[in-house]
Design a protein around this ligand. Sequence first.
Ligand SMILES: NC(=O)c1ccc[n+]([C@@H]2O[C@H](COP(=O)([O-])OP(=O)(O)OC[C@H]3O[C@@H](n4cnc5c(N)ncnc54)[C@H](OP(=O)(O)O)[C@@H]3O)[C@@H](O)[C@H]2O)c1
Length: 362
Amino acid sequence: MADELLVYGSYGYTGALVARTAVEEGLSPVLAGRTAEKVERQATDLGLDHRVFSLQHPEVVESQVEEFAAVLNCAGPFSKTAEPLYSACLNAGTDYLDITGEIDVLEAIAGREEEAEATGVTLLPAVGFDVVPTDCLAAYLHEQLPSATRLSLAIDGLGTFSPGTAKSIVEGLSTPGAVRQDGRIRSVPAAWKTRHLDFGRGRKPAVSIPWGDISSAYYTTGIPNVETFATVPEYAATLMAKTRSLAPVLGTKPVQKALKAVADAVVSGPTPEERAQSVSRIWGEVTDDEGSRVTARMRTPDTYDVTAQTAVESARRVAEGEVGPGFHTPASAFGADYVLEFDGVEREDASQRSAVGTSVGE
Ligand SMILES: NC(=O)c1ccc[n+]([C@@H]2O[C@H](COP(=O)([O-])OP(=O)(O)OC[C@H]3O[C@@H](n4cnc5c(N)ncnc54)[C@H](OP(=O)(O)O)[C@@H]3O)[C@@H](O)[C@H]2O)c1
């Protein structure tokens, strides 16, 4: 796969992990981004070709993506970068993937389904940690209980953040939470619900967060009610609920700019040593209207390492034509067991306590 895959935003914290992983997997993607010096240096280090272009002019973006089989977008926040790239891909006949977890972005891409079918283009967003493991767990739970009408997913141990993730969180500070109810996405107050969930090591408080699965899990499973949670220390849950009234202030342009500058200055992303020690745990539950309930858990390595692995493998499969045209989620494209193909990922059926795939060794 010489010139078949373009990685945009390849020199950001996550993009750099993706580019390195691609090379380790024997691929030769072309690297791209808007800052010439950064992309040139990276391409020289990795011995890869590169392109320099910003996303401001649609005709430029289209002419840059048309020679490739697929584009993997690692430049975020995706609220700024996804639309110019996937619109160009739809016009050029190039497949599009990204590592977004932003609900609005996922919904906008899902809205281009018909166009993608008509132009023969594959749209496969969210191929990072957010949402590959949770999407696969949602698909697995739905297979166990096809009559399910409610899905809850929760994450324990999001680890430390890279600058880009910190900036996406800053953008999220001013936006309310979100749930899916009766098939529609609805705004709810930030941290509106707390549940005490067992990720395999006793119960922990988890507050509702607007994770990408609020969008994607519906397309994967058809389950019309979806809630997503993340664990936080008890004091943080209280603080989040108390600071809801600050949301309008946090959303103003000067405050957003200042907070993003802070993120750039103080957040450098986890070191390889920190990543090697970091583990994430995922819990999922489906229920139906008759009162049946199935729960399952998953354990994964560090979120950034998972992202690099799943993004590269998903892009390889799409570039090689393994996924048909139209809008897909990771599990609708590759199945509920896809995530179990990656080193260190384990799933356990918590309802029956019987291990599936490799066992969860506590
Ligand atoms: N799905 C997941 O699980 C997952 C995992 C990790 C990260 N992420 C997301 O991925 C994104 C990147 O994270 P990161 O840690 O790599 O951030 P980062 O280190 O700050 O890198 C951001 C990259 O995006 C580029 N970029 C930003 N805005 C751009 C724009 N308007 N036009 C063109 N390029 C732009 C930057 O280029 P310049 O330096 O030239 O500005 C840089 O290459 C974030 O949104 C993060 O939340 C998702």
